[in-house]
Design a protein around this ligand. Structure first.
Ligand SMILES: [Cu+2]
Length: 68
């Protein structure tokens, strides 16, 4: 398993948190995704053989947020 912290712009409330966490945990290979609203990032635990960080970024951007 690997861990990645992704900086996400535009998350402001609990709805944003749920949207980003939900989009990520829907991807195969992601065990947990936890948004930190005050820091503007999401910490993801994942299996690198099943999912790439690019797929995570696409999933976040599909929800309308910008990934740094
Ligand atoms: Cu929001």
């Amino acid at each position: 398993m690997a861990k990645e912290i992704i900086t996400v712009e535009g998350m402001s409330c609990d709805h944003c948190k749920q949207a980003v966490e939900g989009a990520l945990t829907n991807l195969n290979g992601i065990t947990t995704a936890e948004v930190n609203l005050s820091e503007g990032n999401v910490t993801v635990d994942y299996d690198p053989s099943q999912v790439t960080t690019n797929s995570m970024k696409d999933a976040i951007e599909d929800q309308g947020y910008d990934v740094k």
